[in-house]
Each structure stands twice: as structure tokens, then as C-alpha cells.
Design a protein around this ligand. Structure first.
Ligand code: FAD
Ligand code: NAD
Length: 396
């Protein structure tokens, strides 16, 4: 049993790409690879804003892991990781223990609430299939409740906290969903209010200002009210407190104010910044030659010294290099340094509308929305080939 054991934690963008590359590059019996994930499916976070708002079915945002990986080459374990023990080279699962020679940590992020009171208890966030099913049902339920308690207009007020890409993509879908819900529940559309509250002086801070203006315009025309330069201070059972003690009464608060790394990594004793570990150019944890950390759990800096934002794009590219380095380690070959190749960013604004920067050019409107679809299709193709494109690409 001198075969090295590789354990991959998390079947997100980083973990799946690592597993797929390993199954391709490793020779027979060169390593034992185990992939652990708390669900038996992989979900497309980049698509979750749609099922969250109810403009698409959650089924279109997930695929069974057995359809992606070759189970003759990779052992899939459906379980939840409860503890990582680097000193013992062990991972504790809810129902067992795994030991490893090489570990890949790709458990993804968690919502960052910055200690804002009440957010963890009273707000919902767009993180997983389970979390978006809850949001979708909750939104519809507010319309049903309103019909029996027509004085409760707060049931028809929706607050989205944070105008980063997640918040902007979600309000685009939410605004698209409202006319249909109003019709189904015989509700006057004028009673529905959608607020997007952003602390920074602009929506999508740091993004191209011309595109931001275009995007806000599109969303405002769909009925979204922006409260820019206004911070959420507290979340209560009856709404949010913003700016100078102003209350927005709302039965629905969706928090899209940012993400952090995973608490399990902090608990494992790694040095972290907001739950993310500063990794080496080889994607290794500090002072380690066998623990790789990728995706939203990792922190890397660009040549100007600014952290790369945690995206699916970088997680995928890291997965490829991580697999390469695992194979190289096993073969005693030199490791590769990771360099991020930024293909751009495209954000949807609801049906037929988007904004983006790609290949150094700006895009908006229908062309940008096609580009977004092309990116989604490309991803399905990379992980599951043409079959997955045909099965899941129908949301396009
Ligand atoms: P994830 O993809 O989050 O995967 C982590 C996996 O680990 C999940 O399968 C989870 O179930 C599993 N897991 C977690 N905890 C445990 C545990 N304790 N035990 C076992 N398994 C566990 N990025 C882009 O580049 N482009 C986009 O268009 C884009 N759109 C986005 C839209 C939304 C609505 C959101 C929320 C994010 C978007 N992002 C986008 C960001 C992107 O989704 C993340 O950066 C990316 O998912 C990170 O990949 P990851 O592999 O680190 O983790
Ligand atoms: P984010 O950190 O990018 O944005 C959070 C926003 O919330 C910021 O604008 C911040 O100023 C605001 N905020 C923070 N505290 C606040 C408060 N108290 N009150 C009001 N506003 C507050 O988070 P995100 O949008 O979830 O994005 C996470 C990552 O996923 C990013 O790297 C992003 O690029 C990526 N992403 C990409 C896409 C895409 O490419 N289409 C879509 C979604 C997410």
C-alpha cells in the first residue's frame, strides 16, 4: 500500500476540475483519489440567482456527480466534513475518518455578515441549491400571505443587501419574476417594492462605471430602487435598519454583502484572512508540500498586490494546476506556478440583458447576455461534454 492517497474536499468548481484532471492524467494505480462532498450533486453557483428568484428550476442548476466523474478512477464519498486535522493527515467526516497523503481543500465560501446584528438570523443568502429553494418558496409565500393580510405591504417589500455581482444578478431576476407573481396572486404591481442597498458609493464597486450606469438604468426601469452609499446596520424580524437609523420594513431580506472562506479551515489552525488562506504560487498552504487550497478558500494576490476576487473562473484554473502539481509531486517532478488568466466578467441583469468586460472589450444588452450564456455553455462542456450541454443547457 505505497500508493499515495489524495483526498479532495468539496465538489465545487475547484474540486471538480481537480478531480476531472486527475482522472485524466494519473496512470492506473498511481494514486487513490477520493472526492468528498456533502451532496451527491455539483451545483452551478453561477446560475443560482435564477432559481433563487424563481425564474428557473433549481434542477437546471445542478448535476449528479456520478455523471461527471469516472467512479472506476475516483471514489466519491457523499458526506459532510466536520474537521480537518493537518497534523494527523486526517479528515473527520460526519460518519467516518479519511487519512491522506495529499489533501485538496475546496469547500467554497460562506456568507460574510461582518458581525452585523441579526443578519445571520433573519436574512437569507444565495449559496446552494437548498438555500435558493428556500428563497424561492419564501418569496412566493409572501404573496400568498399578503392576500390574507392586505395591510401588510411589508410582505411585498424585498430588500437585497449588497450590490456586488451576486446582488445585481439576483435583483435582475427578482424584478423579472414580479409581474408573473402579481398576476398569479392578483396583486397590484405598484405595491411591490424592491430595494437594493449598497454601502459603497457605487453599485458594483470597481467595475467599469459606464457599464454600471447602464446596468442600474436597466434595473431601475424594471422597478428596482437603489439605495447607494447606504449601509445595512442591522437586520430584524421586521426588516433592516440602514444609514442613519432608517428602517425599511420588509419580510424578505436577501444578504449578498460578501463572502468569506470556510470556518473549518480556521478551526484546522491555518492562518487565515476572513477564512481564506494565503497560498503559494504552487497553490500550497504555507510551509506545506502536500496540502493544496483552492477556490474561495484560497487567497492569491495579483502582481499589483491586490487580492484576486473569489470567482468560479479562478477556482477552475486553480483546479487544473492543482491536479498537475499533485501528479508532478507523485512523480517527483517540478511543480508549476499558477498564473491567473482573466477572461473577463459578465453579469446578467435579467432576461436578455447583461453587462460585461471580456477580451478587453465592453459589452452590454443582448450581446452581453449571449456572451453570458456562451460562458455557461462552455462550463457545462468542460465538465460534462456535449451530453451535459444538451441536458442542462435548456435553461439557455
Ligand atoms: P464552491 O463552488 O462553492 O463549492 C464548494 C463545494 O463544497 C460545494 O459543492 C459544497 O456543497 C461543498 N461543501 C461545503 N462545505 C462542505 C463540507 N463541510 N463537507 C462537504 N462538502 C462541503 N464566479 C464567476 O467566475 N462567474 C460568475 O458568473 C459567478 N456567478 C456567481 C453567481 C452567484 C449567485 C454566486 C453566489 C457566485 C457566483 N460566482 C461567479 C462566484 C463562484 O460561484 C465562486 O467563486 C465559486 O463557486 C468558488 O468555487 P469553489 O470550488 O471554491 O467552491
Ligand atoms: P462582493 O463582496 O463582490 O459584493 C458585496 C457588496 O456588498 C459590495 O458591493 C459591498 O460594498 C456591499 N456591502 C457590504 N456590506 C454592506 C452593508 N453593510 N450594507 C450594504 N452593502 C454592503 O460579493 P458577491 O457579489 O457575493 O460576489 C462574491 C464573488 O463572486 C466576487 O468575487 C464576484 O466577482 C463573484 N461573482 C461573480 C459574478 C459574475 O461574474 N457574473 C456573479 C456573482 C458573483
Amino acid at each position: 500500500s505505497s500508493i499515495p492517497k489524495i483526498v479532495i474536499l468539496g465538489a465545487g468548481y475547484g474540486g471538480v476540475l481537480t478531480a476531472l484532471r486527475l482522472q485524466k492524467e494519473l496512470n492506473y494505480n498511481e494514486a487513490d483519489v477520493t472526492l468528498v462532498n456533502k451532496h451527491d450533486y455539483h451545483y452551478f453557483t453561477t446560475h443560482l440567482h435564477m432559481p433563487a428568484a424563481g425564474t428557473d428550476n433549481p434542477e437546471n442548476a445542478r448535476v449528479n456527480i456520478s455523471k461527471l466523474i469516472d467512479e472506476f478512477k475516483i471514489d466519491f464519498v457523499k458526506s459532510t466534513v466536520v474537521q480537518i486535522r493537518p497534523q494527523d493527515k486526517k479528515v473527520i467526516l460526519e460518519d467516518g475518518t479519511l487519512s491522506y497523503d495529499y489533501l485538496v481543500i475546496g469547500l467554497g465560501g460562506e456568507p460574510e455578515t461582518f458581525g452585523i446584528p441579526g443578519l445571520a438570523e433573519h436574512a437569507m443568502s444565495i449559496r446552494s441549491i437548498n438555500s435558493v429553494r428556500l428563497i424561492r418558496e419564501h418569496i412566493e409565500y409572501q404573496f400568498a400571505r399578503y392576500k390574507l393580510e392586505p395591510h401588510r405591504t411589508d410582505y411585498l417589500t424585498f430588500v437585497v443587501g449588497g450590490a456586488g455581482f451576486t446582488g445585481i444578478e439576483f435583483i435582475g431576476e427578482l424584478a423579472d419574476r414580479m409581474p408573473l407573481l402579481c398576476k398569479q396572486y392578483d396583486v397590484d404591481p405598484n405595491l411591490v417594492k424592491i430595494y437594493n442597498v449598497e454601502a459603497a458609493p457605487s453599485a458594483l464597486p470597481g467595475f467599469d462605471p459606464e457599464l454600471v450606469e447602464y446596468g442600474m438604468d436597466v434595473l431601475a426601469k424594471k422597478g428596482v430602487t437603489f439605495r447607494i452609499g447606504t449601509a445595512i446596520k442591522e437586520c430584524t424580524p421586521s426588516g433592516v435598519v440602514v444609514g442613519d437609523n432608517e428602517e425599511i420594513k420588509s419580510a424578505t431580506v436577501i444578504w449578498t454583502g460578501g463572502i468569506r472562506g470556510n470556518r473549518l479551515i480556521e478551526e484546522a489552525g491555518f492562518e487565515t484572512m476572513r477564512g481564506r488562506v494565503k497560498i503559494s504560487d504552487h497553490l500550497l498552504a504555507p510551509d506545506s508540500d502536500h496540502v493544496y487550497i483552492i477556490g474561495d478558500n484560497s487567497l492569491m494576490f495579483n502582481p499589483e498586490g491586490r487580492p484576486y476576487p473569489p470567482t468560479a473562473q479562478i477556482a477552475m484554473q486553480q483546479g487544473v494546476v492543482c491536479a498537475h502539481n499533485l501528479v508532478a509531486s507523485i512523480r517527483n517532478q517540478p511543480l508549476k506556478e499558477f498564473t491567473f488568466s482573466n477572461k473577463g466578467t459578465v453579469a446578467s441583469l435579467g432576461k436578455g440583458e447583461a453587462i460585461g468586460v471580456a477580451f478587453g472589450k465592453k459589452y452590454k444588452g443582448r450581446v452581453a447576455s449571449w456572451l453570458k450564456k456562451a460562458i455557461d455553455i462552455r462550463y457545462l462542456f468542460i465538465i460534462g461534454g456535449i451530453q451535459l450541454v444538451l441536458r442542462k443547457g435548456k435553461f439557455l
